[in-house]
Design a binder for this molecule. Structure first.
Ligand code: NIG
Ligand code: FE
Length: 417
């Protein structure tokens, strides 16, 4: 019924008013729409059947998928996830319901520390299996690209273990593309101070990672730090990010989530490609990010579960900051589904349906440096599609919690996922 193209041009990232730029092809009665994907998994043609049949002989097609009653969207890109860990925290969910704050639990040795204890003890095989199951559930909800962070190791051995498992997933799993993020600076290990932890990351973890990259054992795309009051503050965050930058990693970090520390201003000063959360971002940082096109990844599940004040998304959009969305899937915010995230972004962050879709596709791809190849249904890009049984695409966001029933098929690189 509809093919939703998200962008009409070749813009790599959509900002402000451009975020409404969604091109929708509507099938006319008697003249359907088709998408042709070639053997490499790339989109070869998009258009009305009359145009397609003028271009291709019917016998060249190996397989046809009939989506005539459905709407076709680009595969979703989840810009921020923590999908590899052991040790869920349902008991902390109960504590938070009873009034405990995220930082109270963290400072008492729970939170990330609790998950670290369990992840340290888990085997690579166990971690791989749970990671694969989670990624598969993400894909069933429409995600075809996911950013995946390490960060429940907090020492070189366990961080490397997580990165090896992520690398295996990147190589073996055909239903999702993965952008790997080293997030060793996710918490200060109990026996360390901020300074000794910072030194351990720069002098111990990063060199061990560089060695494993040289040996072809792992690959890493981005570097992350949990920049927060009482965790890694401005100075240590900057040192860690700069050390990652010199290794060629893209800077993609947690800033200004709970306390207005000035993380985003610091990030802008070093030209951070991506910053996440930003509930407490300053006006100055918004202005700076707009200037150099730093991408803001906003995370409604976390704001919801921790009852945080929403990030100033409307202000950022008005200022032309490109916005991307992520599920922030982690043991604190256990949500794997981008349709749910889009719904929450519309309600909590006052984003329009179009803005939420752009933020979950082309802009999220741009945040991972992948928007030349992913994030929209355009000739030359990957054949990543979500087929949804709805009258118009908006229903997928409107009918929240129903995505399992509405999504009929996900296609990744031209193959049924
Ligand atoms: O994005 N804030 C830090 N990191 C994650 C939470 C990780 C955890 O609690 O396990 C986040 O919210
Ligand atoms: Fe996070």
């Amino acid at each position: 019924k509809q093919i939703v193209q998200v962008t009409s041009g070749r813009e790599k990232v959509l900002k402000g008013a451009q975020m409404k730029n969604i091109k929708i092809l509507h099938a006319k009665p008697g003249d359907g729409l088709s998408i042709v994907i070639n053997r490499l998994g790339d989109i070869e043609a998009v258009g009305f059947d009359t145009e397609i049949s003028a271009k291709f002989r019917t016998n060249v097609f190996e397989r046809r998928v009939d989506a005539s009653d459905q709407c076709v969207l680009p595969g979703f890109v989840d810009a921020h996830t923590h999908p590899i860990w052991a040790g869920d925290r349902v008991h902390e969910f109960r504590m938070k319901l009873a009034g405990a704050s995220y930082m109270d639990i963290h400072n008492a040795g729970g939170g990330i520390h609790y998950t670290v204890e369990h992840t340290k003890r888990a085997s690579e095989e166990t971690l791989f299996r749970s990671l694969r199951d989670r990624l598969l559930r993400m894909t069933k909800a429409g995600t075809t690209v996911a950013e995946c962070k390490s960060g429940y190791g907090l020492n070189a051995d366990t961080e490397l273990k997580m990165l090896r498992v992520l690398e295996r997933a990147k190589r073996e799993l055909t239903f999702v593309d993965i952008s790997i993020t080293f997030c060793g600076a996710h918490a200060i290990p109990k026996e360390m101070t901020e300074e000794t932890a910072t030194k351990a990351i720069i002098n111990d973890q990063l060199p061990a990672i560089a060695r494993a990259i040289r040996l072809g054992e792992i690959s890493v795309d981005n570097i992350d730090v949990f920049c927060e009051k009482g965790v890694f503050e401005l100075e240590s965050t900057k040192r860690i990010l700069e050390a990652g930058k010199t290794m060629g990693l893209r800077v993609n970090f947690h800033a200004d989530e709970i306390y207005p520390l000035g993380g985003a201003e610091m990030g802008a000063s070093i030209g951070a490609e991506v910053m996440s959360h930003l509930e407490k971002i300053s006006d100055k940082a918004i202005h700076e990010m707009a200037k150099y096109e730093g991408i803001a990844v906003v995370l409604p599940t976390t704001a919801y579960i921790l009852k945080l004040e929403s990030p100033p998304v409307r202000k950022m959009i008005d200022a032309n900051v490109p916005i991307a969305l992520g599920s922030d899937f982690n043991p604190n915010a256990f949500c794997l589904a981008m349709p749910m995230v889009m719904h929450m972004a519309c309600i909590l962050f006052k984003m329009s349906l179009e803005e939420a879709l752009v933020a979950s596709t082309i802009n999220a791809a741009a945040s991972l440096g992948m928007s030349e190849t992913h994030g929209s249904i355009e000739v030359g890009k990957k054949g990543d599609l979500v087929l949804v049984d709805v009258p118009t695409w908006e229903h997928l966001v409107y009918q929240f919690g129903e995505h399992d029933h509405l999504i009929q098929m996900v296609i990744k690189d031209g193959l049924v996922a």
